[in-house]
Design a binder for this molecule. Structure first.
Ligand SMILES: Nc1ncnc2c1ncn2[C@@H]1O[C@H](COP(=O)(O)OP(=O)(O)OP(=O)(O)O)[C@@H](O)[C@H]1O
Length: 630
C-alpha cells in the first residue's frame, strides 16, 4: 500500500516572489502530518449515503488512496493541495466532498447571484469531462443541485442563459471568468458573496496553458471564507506559484510510494518498446494491429497532425478504421469524438499531443513551407489554445497506448501512458523507437529506472515480446507498397476534407446535442478518408502469411480480452463490467502463463526479442522476469 505524506508547503520558490505579498495575506501556516492510508470504505470516510449509492451505481466500490486521504480533510473544510499520480482518481477525490458540502449548504433566505463552487480546468475537453461527472453524480444522487459548463468561445447569450438558472457549480477554463465579467453575466461582487469552494484541477497545467492573467483577475475576489483545492499529478514551480497565490493554510497531500519517480509513473501499465527505423514504423504498427497482438481499445499518439492523417490513410487501406483527434478540429467534434471513443464506438484513436508541442511543430512546418508562404493571409485553420487530450482526459477502457512518435519529454511520456491503467484497471504501452529518438528514449528509461534497477540492469520498459521478426517481414511488401500510395498530396487533401466535414458536423452536432444530449451514434468519426474501399487482399490477410507463433500470440490476446471482460480488473473500477469480476482474477488471465515457445510456463516474455527491442526468435535473449499482460 502506498504511503501518504501530509506535509507543509515547501520553502518559497524564487519564481513566486511576486506573489509573496498576496501569500502573506492568504497563507498563514500549514499542517504537517505524516500518515499511512488506512484501509477505509467510502462510508468510513464520512460520505453521505446518497453519494455512496451513486458510486455504487457507477460500479465504484472502494476509494483509491488519494480519495481515502483527501475526502475527510476536504470535508473538514481545509484548503488542500493534492498531488497524486495520473489516473489515481483525483476528480472524485474533490467532487465527492464538494457535492456533500453543497448538499448541506444553507440554501438560506439570501438568493445567491453567483455559483457556490467553481471548478477551473485547463482545457475544454477536461471541462466537458468534469462537467459530465458532476452532472451524473447529481442525477444519481437525485438532489436539487445544478451544474453548468462554460467555454470562452460561447456567445454571451448562451453564457447568460447558462447562468440564469442560478447553478451551484460552474465548470470552466479560467479564461471564461473575465469573459463573463466583460459580458456582464457575472459580477465580481456576487462571486465574493457566494463563492464557497474553488477547485483548480490539473493545476500544473493552468499556468502553462497561459491562464495566469485570468487567474490573477479571480484571485482578488476570492472571499477569505472560500475553501480552495488544488489538484495535480506533478509538482512544478507553477503549482507552487498557484499555491502561494490562491490557497490559505493548505494541507499538502503527497501520495508517495517508494520514491519520487514512482509517484508519477502509473504502476499498472506494462511498458514495452520496439526498435525500428522511421520508415518501418508504418510496417510495425500494421503488424501490431493487423495481427492483433495488442488489446483494444488502442490510443495511438503522433507528434503532428499530418502524421495522424498519414497513419489513418495507411491503416484504412488494410481495413483498419480509426478516428483522429487534434487541436485543429472544432470543439464540438472533438468532444463528440472523445465521447464516441469512450462509449466504444470505435477501437482505434489517433491523437496528437496537447497543443504546445504540436503547435510549435505545425508553426515551424508552416513557416518553412513555400506553399504556406503563398497562402499567407488566406485564413489557415488555427489550433485551439484550449485543446488538450493528454493531460487529465479520462479515456475509458483504453488497454493499449502506442507511441507511434516518441514524446518530446519524460513528462510527456508519463502522461501519454497514463491514459491507460487508470484507477484499478491495467493496461500496456508500446513505444516505437527510431534511431533518431533513441537518445530521448534512453532519458525516459533512465528516469524510470529506480536506483536498484539501474544496478541490476533490469529495465522498466522491455522489448515487446509478441511480434516476431518473421511476422513483421511477412507484411513488408504489402506495407511498403501501400505506404507509397499515401502521398503528401493525399495527406493534405484528406486533412483539408476532414476539417471541412468536421466544421459542418460541428454545427449539426451542436444543434442535435442541444435536443438529444445522449445521442452518441450520430456522425461516425472513423469514416474512411479515401474514396475507394480497401482491397480484399489487403483487408483479409491470408492465414499462411502469419507465422504460427504470432497466430498463437494473437489467440492469447483475444482470449485474455474475453477472460478479462474488456480491460478492467476487479477492485471497484469496473463500472459496467462488474459482473465479470470473478473471471478477471490474476490467476485466470491466460497471458500470465503464456509462453509462445510452448516449453516453459510462467513469466518470461515469450517470443524472443533482442534486448535492443529488435524482433528476433532467439528466446535465450529474452528470459526477463517480466509478467506479460498485453
Ligand atoms: N475509487 C475508484 N475505484 C475505481 N475507479 C475509480 C475510482 N475513482 C476513480 N475511478 C476511475 O478512475 C479513472 C481515473 O480517474 P481520474 O480521471 O479522476 O484520475 P486523475 O487522478 O484525475 O488522473 P489525471 O491526473 O490523469 O487527470 C476514472 O475513470 C474514474 O471513474
Amino acid at each position: 500500500m502506498g504511503k501518504t505524506k501530509v506535509k507543509p508547503v515547501e520553502d518559497v520558490n524564487p519564481e513566486v516572489e511576486e506573489v509573496e505579498k498576496l501569500e502573506e495575506q492568504r497563507d498563514d501556516g500549514e499542517d504537517e502530518v505524516e500518515q499511512t492510508e488506512p484501509d477505509k470504505s467510502f462510508e468510513e470516510l464520512g460520505l453521505d449515503s446518497r453519494l455512496i449509492r451513486a458510486l455504487d451505481k457507477k460500479g465504484i466500490e472502494k476509494p483509491t488512496p488519494v480519495q481515502k486521504i483527501a475526502i475527510p480533510i476536504i470535508l473538514e473544510g481545509k484548503d488542500v493541495v493534492a498531488r497524486a499520480k495520473t489516473g489515481s482518481g483525483k476528480t472524485l477525490a474533490y467532487l465527492l466532498p464538494l457535492l456533500q458540502k453543497l448538499f448541506s449548504a444553507d440554501s438560506g433566505s439570501k438568493k445567491k447571484l453567483a455559483p457556490s463552487a467553481f471548478i477551473l480546468v485547463p482545457s475544454r475537453e477536461l471541462c466537458q469531462q468534469v462537467f459530465t461527472e458532476v452532472a451524473s453524480l447529481i442525477e444519481l444522487c437525485r438532489v436539487q443541485l445544478k451544474a453548468v459548463q462554460l467555454t470562452s468561445s460561447m456567445p454571451t447569450s448562451d453564457m447568460r442563459n447558462a447562468l440564469a438558472g442560478l447553478p451551484e457549480i460552474l465548470v470552466c477554463t479560467p479564461a471564461c471568468i473575465p469573459k463573463c465579467f466583460a459580458a456582464g453575466v457575472l459580477e465580481p461582487s456576487a462571486i465574493s458573496d457566494s463563492l464557497e469552494i474553488l477547485v483548480l484541477d490539473e493545476a500544473d497545467l493552468l499556468l502553462s496553458y497561459g491562464y495566469e492573467d485570468n487567474l490573477r483577475s479571480v484571485t482578488s475576489i476570492i472571499p477569505r471564507k472560500c475553501q480552495c483545492l488544488l489538484m495535480s499529478a506533478t509538482t512544478s514551480s507553477d503549482v507552487e506559484k498557484l499555491k502561494k497565490l490562491i490557497l490559505h493554510n493548505p494541507t499538502v497531500l503527497t501520495l508517495t510510494e517508494e520514491n519520487d519517480k514512482e509517484e508519477a509513473v502509473p504502476s499498472n501499465v506494462q511498458q514495452f518498446w520496439i526498435s525500428c527505423s522511421t520508415q518501418d514504423k508504418l510496417l510495425h504498427i500494421l503488424a501490431l494491429l493487423k495481427l492483433e497482438v495488442v488489446q483494444k481499445k488502442v490510443l495511438i499518439f503522433v507528434n503532428t497532425i499530418d502524421m495522424g492523417f498519414k497513419l489513418k490513410l495507411f491503416l484504412e487501406k488494410f481495413g483498419i478504421k480509426s478516428a483522429i483527434l487534434n487541436g485543429e478540429l472544432p470543439q464540438n467534434s472533438r468532444l463528440h469524438i472523445l465521447e464516441q471513443f469512450n462509449a466504444g464506438l470505435f477501437d482505434y484513436l489517433i491523437a496528437t499531443d496537447d497543443n504546445s508541442q504540436t503547435k510549435k511543430k505545425e508553426e515551424a512546418k508552416g513557416e518553412n513551407s513555400k506553399e504556406n508562404k503563398k497562402k499567407k493571409g488566406r485564413g489557415k485553420p488555427k489550433l485551439d489554445a484550449e485543446f488538450g487530450v493528454v493531460r487529465g482526459i479520462d479515456f475509458k477502457k483504453v488497454h493499449t497506448v502506442i507511441n507511434y512518435d516518441m514524446p518530446q519529454s519524460v513528462t510527456g511520456y508519463i502522461h501519454r501512458i497514463g491514459r491507460t491503467g487508470r484507477a484499478y484497471s491495467s493496461g500496456s504501452s508500446i513505444s516505437l523507437v527510431s534511431t533518431d529518438e533513441m537518445e530521448g528514449f534512453e532519458k525516459i528509461k533512465s528516469f524510470l529506472a529506480s536506483d536498484k534497477d539501474k544496478d541490476e540492469d533490469s529495465d522498466i520498459i522491455t522489448p515487446f515480446p509478441l511480434l516476431t521478426e518473421n511476422a513483421v517481414e511477412s507484411l513488408r511488401y504489402r506495407a511498403e507498397d501501400v505506404a507509397k500510395s499515401v502521398t503528401k498530396v493525399a495527406i493534405r487533401e484528406s486533412r483539408a476534407q476532414d476539417l471541412r466535414n468536421e466544421i459542418i458536423n460541428s454545427e449539426k452536432l451542436k444543434a442535435h446535442f442541444e435536443a438529444n444530449p445522449r445521442d452518441l451514434d450520430l456522425l461516425k468519426h472513423d469514416k474512411l478518408l479515401s474514396k475507394t474501399a480497401p482491397a480484399p487482399h489487403l483487408r483479409d490477410l491470408p492465414e499462411y502469411l502469419v507465422d504460427p507463433k504470432t497466430q498463437e500470440a494473437s489467440k492469447m490476446v483475444k482470449l485474455a480480452r474475453a477472460a478479462m471482460g474488456g480491460s478492467r480488473r476487479s477492485g471497484g473500477g469496473g463500472g459496467r463490467n462488474n459482473n465479470n469480476k470473478k473471471r478477471s482474477r490474476k490467476g485466470s488471465d491466460p497471458l500470465k502463463t503464456f509462453n509462445p515457445n510452448g516449453s516453459k510456463r510462467g513469466h518470461g516474455g515469450g517470443i524472443g526479442q533482442k534486448k535492443d527491442g529488435k524482433g528476433s526468435n532467439d528466446d535465450s535473449t529474452n528470459q526477463k522476469k517480466q509478467k506479460t499482460t498485453i
